[in-house]
Design a protein around this ligand. Structure first.
Ligand SMILES: [Zn+2]
Length: 264
């Protein structure tokens, strides 16, 4: 199997049309891989020795070297070029480049679901950097994933950010850190495609786009971190933080697998 080479996603998780009926035309830049093809691919992943999605080496879905690049680095603060007002501290496991880019794309767009585990491990490292929790802490970490629209989730056949957040929570619990995933956010309205928008335009586009639809009480029972697979401008995380704060949650930080720009 060839390593997947896809387009760099131009947007973060939030900028997808919200409340769009599945039958309506969509501006979401989803690669139109038919479901049977994706199912076949997922089945082949199980049956055949795959090539590493990061480097193409045979007989493994993710080779030790690529896995190490994803999970062995010291997480760093993400630093968007023009940090929008209201941006919390965001920690990223790695810089957005290969192999992280290939692993994220294979998981998100090709349904290579087993990659959620290493991606979750990477996210868990970023969470620990954002909030150096102790195993004996009384209040749990609450990971709030950036939401996907129902439409996007249906088109992909799964919700990649939620899946990676769950894998991260599992890794953290395995390390003795009480952690829960709280999928509290959803889209309140449709937003335009973010591609081609600069940071300020993205922020205007996203303002008021997210809302807390569930788990309001639970959000006050722990340390809230917004989690996502990728941060570029930070506009999505600002909007998530705004929505969570409006619901009474105190967002401590953001944590992502990869960031396009990191603090040196
Ligand atoms: Zn590799």
């Amino acid at each position: 199997m060839e390593p997947f080479v896809g387009a760099v996603p131009a947007t973060e998780s939030a900028p997808v049309p919200a409340s769009t009926p599945a039958s309506a035309p969509s501006t979401t830049p989803i690669r139109a891989t038919p479901l049977p093809v994706r199912l076949l691919d997922a089945a082949l992943d199980l049956l055949l020795p795959a090539a590493c999605v990061g480097c193409g080496v045979a007989r493994t879905q993710l080779c030790p070297d690529c896995r190490g690049q994803l999970t062995a680095a010291e997480p760093l603060r993400a630093r968007p070029a023009h940090p929008p007002p209201g941006l919390p501290e965001i920690y990223a496991a790695v810089r957005y480049g290969d192999p992280a880019r290939q692993v994220l794309l294979a998981h998100k767009e090709r349904g290579a679901l087993r990659l959620a585990a290493p991606l979750g491990q990477a996210l868990a490292l970023a969470v620990r950097a954002a909030f150096p929790a102790t195993p004996r802490q009384e209040r749990p970490l609450l990971l709030v994933p950036m939401p996907s629209t129902t439409h996007t989730t249906r088109a992909r056949g799964h919700n990649p950010t939620l899946r990676v957040a769950r894998a991260a929570a599992s890794a953290l619990r395995g390390a003795g850190v009480p952690t829960r995933v709280v999928p509290a956010l959803r889209h309140a309205r449709a937003v335009a495609d973010q591609s081609g928008l600069d940071a300020a335009a993205r922020q205007r586009n996203l303002r008021g786009a997210l809302t807390v639809h569930a788990h309001r009480t639970r959000l006050r029972e722990g340390h809230v971190l917004v989690v996502d697979d990728l941060v570029t401008t930070g506009a999505s995380i600002v909007e998530a933080t705004r929505a969570l704060a409006e619901a009474g949650a105190d967002v401590l930080a953001g944590a992502v697998v990869a960031a396009t720009q990191l603090r040196d």
